[in-house]
Design a protein around this ligand. Structure first.
Ligand SMILES: *[C@@H]1O[C@H](CO)[C@@H](O)[C@H](O)[C@H]1NC(C)=O
Length: 352
């Protein structure tokens, strides 16, 4: 079924290799808004219509495209179409990278690309592997490692640590149980006003600080992380001229752009508890995987990543060794540690 859908997509894409660069307007005209007999709110979009293939001879072919409803499928269709729009990138070595919740969608998309490439000689998407940073990987081990990080960094009390372990350990991190939510709320209050993405950085404060920061970064962190980045980006990407320049928001969405949408989060149904089965499949397939983690993030901490990756029980092939950002000068700056587990999976820990 999946395979035949792929062929259909591909067929459409071959027909359309030039039409995708035309406006979304054409797409919207082709959208099937209502099909007699079809139940309402089917949860996927359908398009059909004619694509002119020879204007002079008056030849046009008809297509009917059904967009797959699930998320990695959508991302895969996006990739296929993107390569049609940028054919100069076809057949080049291709990696997928992301951080945080991308710990889910990067491996999921990688799995689809790998499976669709299976048996294809010289695939268009010449997929080699993926990279994830501070990645949500396995709910159980992530929870264990996250609570441990909070506790060992003095962010929560002993009793809250115990309460979290009892209330949350076996649940889903995307949709925690009520008891777990309550324990998480207590932990949040105890953590206080910190930047959870960088616990030793001053948190982004008020509008005055924001304005001041807009003119320049903190002098003591010229090249480092700016805790107001998230706020700047929400201001910047909502500017109409920025959206226009980026060809974004062409449909005039009735609400503003956010860095992390609560609406999307609350309705997120597609959240498997673990990505480890996908890791196993892709490691066995010989794909390259690089897992790295900054050790000042309390949201998806390095301890969470270590427990999750350890759960794969991979053999160690290289001992833990320090890694410098300037190889020639070891006095320079220690960039992190590199435990090298299994050939196709490299793990890297980054210290500031
Ligand atoms: C889209 O644009 C409209 C203005 O045309 C704006 O009001 C809205 O906030 C924007 N939404 C997003 C998601 O960017």
């Amino acid at each position: 079924m999946g395979q035949s859908r792929f062929i259909v997509f591909h067929f459409v894409l071959l027909l359309c290799s030039t039409c995708f660069s035309s406006s979304f307007g054409d797409q919207n005209l082709d959208k099937i808004t209502e099909l007699p007999g079809q139940p309402k709110n089917v949860g996927f979009n359908q398009y059909s219509g004619y694509v002119t293939v020879n204007e002079q001879a008056g030849r046009a072919l008809f297509y009917w495209l059904t967009e797959a409803p699930s998320n990695p499928e959508d991302s895969y269709v996006f990739l296929v179409k993107w390569f049609e729009r940028f054919p100069q990138y076809k057949y080049r070595e291709f990696y997928i990278a992301g951080e945080s919740y991308a710990g889910h969608y990067v491996p999921q998309l990688s799995q689809i690309v790998y499976e669709r490439n299976k048996g294809v000689e010289n695939p268009v998407i010449n997929f080699k592997g993926f990279l994830v940073g501070n990645a949500v990987t396995d709910d159980y081990h992530d929870f264990v490692g996250t609570f441990e990080y909070w506790w060992t960094h003095g962010l929560i009390s002993d009793s809250t640590y115990k309460r979290l372990r009892v209330a949350c350990d076996l649940g889903s991190s995307t949709h925690p149980s009520l008891e777990c939510m309550n324990a998480l709320r207590v932990a949040e209050v105890e953590q206080g006003n910190i930047d959870p993405y960088s616990i030793f950085t001053q948190p982004c404060k008020d509008a005055a600080t924001l304005r001041q920061n807009m003119r320049g970064h903190y002098p003591w962190m010229s090249r480092a992380y700016d805790p107001c980045t998230e706020r700047y980006s929400a201001v910047y990407f909502n500017r109409p001229e920025v959206q226009k320049a980026l060809h974004a928001n062409v449909t005039g969405i009735p609400y503003p752009w956010q860095t992390c949408s609560e609406i999307v989060g609350n309705y997120w149904a597609d959240a498997p508890l673990s990505m480890l089965p996908i890791y196993k499949e892709l490691i066995a397939a010989g794909l390259r995987i690089w897992v790295y983690s900054g050790d000042t993030d309390a949201v998806v901490p390095v301890t969470a990543t270590r427990y999750s990756i350890d759960a794969l029980k991979l053999p160690t092939v290289t001992n833990w060794y320090p890694w410098y950002d300037n190889k020639k000068n070891q006095d320079h700056e220690k960039g992190g540690f590199v435990p090298h587990w299994h050939k196709p999976l490299t793990y890297n820990m980054i210290v500031p």
